[in-house]
Design a protein around this ligand. Structure first.
Ligand code: TYM
Length: 403
């Protein structure tokens, strides 16, 4: 298996494409999957996620591991049960550490390239849950440098505005202010830089090219950026003054960063960071990742209720072209973003299973699901917006203090 690069027509940059060339035959189901931390393309059906596990060299979340989580926390979160979080690295190791009395930090983040949509919220909602269950400290990194360097049309003021807007979303999630610190790279670089240069010194350009798809046209700011996102993996060890395990909940697109971080960790005397990887929440137009660059297919936390309703009602579904055919043949919830949203945000397990079978058997029409999703999303976003507003007074409380 080798990695292949393809050129993105939008911005002329080189993307990494994972393909299996081992027997010279193209693997069609994963052919169009492209994943870098900056671009994600492809249809993400379950089968393709399993292939990603093989290609990225991560682990399935096994039943044994689920039982271990249950033993420690007394329950299994629906996002694990439903396999939205589907893959990991060293989750078993970090749980062993916890059982032996070693507290771990959580680390996650946001690249402020726009407003926040519901896809971004899922890893953060799950991180909040982990924080509550394990009483973990959390470092939340905002990579304003990354997004400035990557987006050729963005000036610093635009990014600064997104930093503020995104911080409101992070606080609105409900993290514990006593355990959570937000790092904005350009403001807190003093605390990251000493660690970042240790990491940078151990990574060759050749490795960076093969992991991230950099080429001669990539600006050198981007080439130098990955150690800045890697640094918070080791910051807890510096802050606590003892080796401190770190668990990163994020979608699988961020994995290239953790691969290089894990490669250098032990050489530098740190624990390798553990990860738990999620799938992507699809956009409302199909099963590709929800993306800010297609605003009509993403529900933003700042959208007005009528806009949310309109987007949901215009969503793609797994339905048949006519009501008659749907009643006769049933529909396909596996490829339906409306089903996914209801499942991961609003339905109970029981309700989701019932919905699945009613949909498959033709006893449920898409209009009904869309209506339910529109109603639930409107309530959710209205409430979230109130919490965002309250967050304005709490920013100082959440910000990291450089040392
Ligand atoms: P960003 O801003 O692209 O994404 C923020 C978080 O949301 C996840 N994500 C999604 N999850 C589900 N469905 C989607 N459609 C979707 N789109 C994005 C991402 O995986 C991420 O967890 N470079 C990072 C910022 C960062 C970071 C980190 C992220 C810095 N340190 C540590 C995770 C962990 C970025 O641009 O994320």
């Amino acid at each position: 298996m080798v990695n292949r690069f393809i050129r993105d027509e939008k911005d002329n940059s080189i993307k990494h494409q994972y393909q299996n060339y081992s027997d010279n035959k193209t693997d069609h189901s994963s052919e169009n999957i492209i994943i870098t931390p900056w671009e994600v393309h492809g249809d993400f059906e379950d089968e393709n996620y399993s292939k990603l596990i093989e290609k990225f060299g991560t682990q399935h979340i096994s039943l044994d591991l689920i039982n271990k989580i249950k033993k420690i926390t007394g329950e299994v979160h629906p996002l694990i049960k439903f396999r939205y979080f589907f893959s990991h690295r060293d989750l078993d190791w970090i749980l062993n550490k916890y059982e032996n009395g070693e507290q771990f930090y959580l680390y996650t983040g946001r690249g402020p390239s726009g407003l926040v949509h519901m896809g971004h919220l899922l890893p953060w909602i799950f991180t909040k849950y982990l924080q509550e269950k394990f009483n973990s400290k959390l470092i939340f990194q905002i990579t304003d440098d990354e997004k400035f360097l990557y987006n050729m049309n963005f000036d610093r003021n635009r990014i600064k505005n997104y930093v503020l807007e995104n911080i409101l979303d992070v606080i609105a999630i409900g993290f514990n202010p006593e355990l959570t610190k937000i790092i904005v790279d350009t403001e807190h670089i003093k605390s990251l830089y000493p660690i970042a240069i240790e990491i940078a010194k151990k990574i060759t350009f050749s490795t960076a090219k093969s992991v991230f798809g950099f080429n001669n046209m990539t600006n050198i700011g981007m080439i130098g950026f990955p150690p800045i996102q890697a640094a918070p993996c080791f910051l807890p060890t510096v802050l606590e003054n003892k080796p401190t395990p770190v668990l990163i909940p994020a979608a699988i697109d961020q994995d290239p960063y953790w691969r290089i971080t894990r490669d250098v960790a032990e050489k530098l005397g740190y624990y390798k960071p553990a990860q738990i990887h999620s799938k992507f929440l699809p956009g409302l137009s199909n099963l590709t990742k929800m993306s800010s660059s297609k605003p009509e297919t993403a529900i933003f936390t700042t959208d007005e209720p009528e806009v949310v309703r309109k987007k949901v009602m215009s969503s793609f579904t797994g339905g048949q072209p006519t009501v008659e055919l749907q009643k006769k043949l049933g529909a396909n919830p596996d490829i339906c973003p409306v089903f996914w949203y209801l499942k991961y945000f609003f339905d109970t397990e029981k309700k989701s299973i019932e919905r699945f079978y009613r949909c498959r058997s033709g006893n449920l029409l898409c209009g009904e699901c869309k209506n339910e999703l529109a109603n639930e999303s409107v309530i959710f976003i209205k409430d979230f917006k109130k919490r965002r507003e309250k967050a304005r007074d709490k920013i100082a409380e959440f910000m990291f203090e450089s040392r």
